[in-house]
Structures are given as structure tokens and as C-alpha cells.
Design a protein around this ligand. Structure first.
Ligand SMILES: *Cc1c(COP(=O)(O)O)cnc(C)c1O
Length: 357
């Protein structure tokens, strides 16, 4: 039976990425060797790294003055690396979920942290508005897509201080005005590559403003100067990331992805709003994520949660159980997820509702 992979992360990747990676594991760039057993300083791999950085810049239309880094450690290491490199006295954070909170906790180890606004009062089911970003903060940190709760900031906001964004789960789902950000980072395993590589887009001029000693590996300058080759980079995930970037370009680039992502999310949200037994967890339509679509059973159908999960599993749906802090269901509709998978889930929901409502 065909599997429909709605996993939140690690998550579905383009077949192209998987096929090309499998090939390179056997024979990389006609070297007769696996990509896992060659030097990262070989001309073949250096070409992969350079092309990946170049294509990343091209697809996101990244202006001059920014660097693209491919690092280890996951987005979680960035939670500490950002304040280590930028926080002198005070930083401001927007608290929109569990990942924001983890970022806040790390920053608190380096200085004062002001929470500009929080949606924790309603279990993070909305994006706060009408708050003030303090003009004396060293930077303002946001999480653009809240993978667990299914809310998303879809506009590039104006900030009086350098703007830092965790875009782990919505990078490449919409065009971004990079010039509004000082740093954008994310783990690759949501919309780009297998786990193991973290991308960082960084404007060089924000560095050099803190006095503390920064360990070499946690200093952005190290990786900018050595173009992500200071130490051994995560070779295989970087190769896979390049394949996804090639696939993105061949499929019309980010504008096309956005159209497709909006179409997929629209189909599923319409069904959730229409179906008699399900409801969305995000009341404000404009706050709903295009990547992680959360829904629950209506109150009178609570006991059907487990039966629906079993039914959906029997229909090939993978990874739709909601995160424990929200419950219910979460369908992640990343770029590589085909429209057919969304339609198959909708049919499953309709069939189940007919049987039970
Ligand atoms: C998954 C995720 C993270 C954590 O990423 P790791 O690479 O596992 O450290 C951080 N932020 C967001 C928004 C995520 O979705």
C-alpha cells in the first residue's frame, strides 16, 4: 500500500533527493567511492559545498553581505550560538511555542531576556500582535513556524533591532525578504535534507560586538572565514540538501512551492472546517501554518480519536498523531508531500465521518 508521510520531522523528502543520495552512497561523482568515505577536502565534495551555498543564495534571493553556513548541532545549538555571539546586555524574544521557550532558556544564560509577547496563555494557539520590540535590545528573536502547535508568522516584520529567526520548519515554503533579518537558521530535517545539518544565513556586520570569549566552533566568524569547512562538515546531509535545492529549482523555485503549499493547506483546512467531527486548534485563520496542520476531534467525538488514528493508519497515513502537548492530529505538508497525499487524507477523514457522524 502507498504510504502518505505526514511526519513533522524528520519528514518527507523529494524522491529525487533520496534517489540521488542513494546513488552517491554507492558511487559519488564517478569517483568509484562512496560519498561517506572520501575527503571533505576532495575537489568533488568542495564543489558540492560551493554549489549548495550558491543555490541556497539564488533560490532565496539572498543579498550581498550575507553568508550561508552548513553546520552541525541542529537548530538547538543555534539557541545558544545566537546569544553567545550577539547578546551583550539584553535580548528580546517572542514566545510562540516550545521551541521559542528553549531558545529563551539558552539566551537567559548570557544576559537579560525580555519576552516581548507570548501566546502561552492559550497553549500557543495564536500569534501575538501589537507588542513593542525594545529599541535597546541587541536583537529580537522569533520562531516563524511553530511546528508543534501549527501557527506561523507569514510576513517579514520590521524590527528596530537586528531580527533573528528560527525557520526550521518553514524555510523554502515562501519567498523571504532576507534583508529584514540578521540571522535565519534551522535544522534541515523538516523541509530540506536528512537530520545532521543546520543552515545559517547570517549578515556578517552584526558580529564582533560582544567581548566574551567565544569557543572556536561556536563562533560564527570561524565558519564564515572557512566557508563551513573549518572542521569536517556533515558531508552526506549537505549532499542531500544540494539535491533538494536542485529539485526546488527544477520545480519552479520558491514561488511555485508557495502556491503548491497554499493549495495543499487550503484543501486540508477546508475539510477540517467542513467535516462534522473534526475542528482546527487555531481559531485565527491567518495564523494557521501552511506546514503543520493541527486538528482535533470535536468535543462530542473525543472517544473517536484512537479509532480514527487506527483507521488512518490502515489507509497508509503515517505520522499524523498530534504532539502530546496539543493532542489530536497533526498533518505536516512540507514541500515534498504530493497533493495526492493530502487528498488521500481528506478522503480518509470523509469516509470515517460518514461511518461515525
Ligand atoms: C525541529 C525544530 C527545532 C529543533 O531542531 P533540531 O535540529 O532537532 O535541534 C527547532 N525549532 C523548530 C521550529 C523546529 O521545528
Amino acid at each position: 500500500m502507498k504510504k502518505h508521510n505526514f511526519s513533522a520531522g524528520p519528514s518527507i523528502l523529494p524522491e529525487f533527493t533520496i534517489d540521488e543520495t542513494a546513488r552517491a552512497v554507492r558511487d559519488f561523482a564517478d569517483t568509484g567511492l562512496s560519498i561517506m568515505e572520501i575527503s571533505h577536502r576532495s575537489k568533488e565534495f568542495v564543489a558540492v559545498m560551493e554549489e549548495a551555498q550558491q543555490l541556497f543564495k539564488e533560490l532565496l534571493d539572498i543579498p550581498d553581505g550575507y553568508h550561508v553556513l552548513f553546520l552541525g548541532g541542529g537548530a538547538s545549538t543555534q539557541f545558544a550560538m545566537v546569544p553567545f555571539n550577539l547578546l551583550n546586555k539584553k535580548a528580546a524574544y517572542l514566545n510562540t511555542g516550545a521551541w521559542s521557550k528553549k531558545a529563551i532558556k539558552e539566551a537567559q544564560g548570557f544576559g537579560e531576556v525580555e519576552i516581548s509577547a507570548s501566546s502561552e496563555d492559550k497553549n500557543f494557539n495564536y500569534i501575538p500582535r501589537n507588542y513593542t520590540i525594545p529599541a535597546d535590545a541587541d536583537y529580537f528573536h522569533i520562531t516563524t513556524n511553530n511546528t508543534i502547535y501549527g501557527t506561523e508568522i507569514k510576513e517579514d516584520m520590521d524590527s528596530p533591532v537586528p531580527l533573528v529567526a528560527d525557520m526550521s520548519s518553514d524555510i523554502f515554503s515562501r519567498p523571504v525578504d532576507i534583508s529584514k533579518y540578521a540571522i535565519i537558521y534551522g535544522g534541515a530535517q523538516k523541509n530540506l535534507a536528512p537530520a545532521g545539518v543546520t543552515f545559517v544565513i547570517i549578515r556578517e556586520d552584526i558580529l564582533g560586538k560582544v567581548d566574551r570569549y567565544i569557543p572556536t566552533m561556536l563562533n560564527y566568524k570561524t565558519h564564515i572565514e572557512k566557508e563551513s569547512m573549518f572542521n569536517t562538515p556533515p558531508v552526506l546531509p549537505v549532499f542531500s540538501a544540494l539535491q533538494t535545492l536542485i529539485w526546488l529549482k527544477d520545480n519552479g523555485g520558491i514561488g511555485e512551492m508557495q502556491k503548491k503549499d497554499e493549495y495543499k493547506a487550503g484543501l486540508l483546512y477546508d475539510e477540517i472546517d467542513r467535516n462534522p467531527i473534526f475542528r482546527s486548534t487555531i481559531p485565527e485563520v491567518g495564523d494557521r501554518s501552511l506546514m503543520n496542520i493541527c486538528f482535533v476531534m470535536k468535543d462530542s467525538f473525543q472517544e473517536l480519536e484512537k479509532p480514527f488514528l487506527d483507521f488512518a493508519t490502515s489507509r497508509g497515513m503515517i505520522g499524523i498523531k498530534g504532539h502530546r502537548s496539543v493532542g489530536g492530529f497533526r498533518a505536516s505538508t512540507y514541500n515534498a508531500l504530493p497533493v495526492e497525499s493530502v487528498k488521500a487524507l481528506i478522503e480518509t477523514m470523509q469516509e470515517f465521518a460518514q461511518q461515525h457522524a
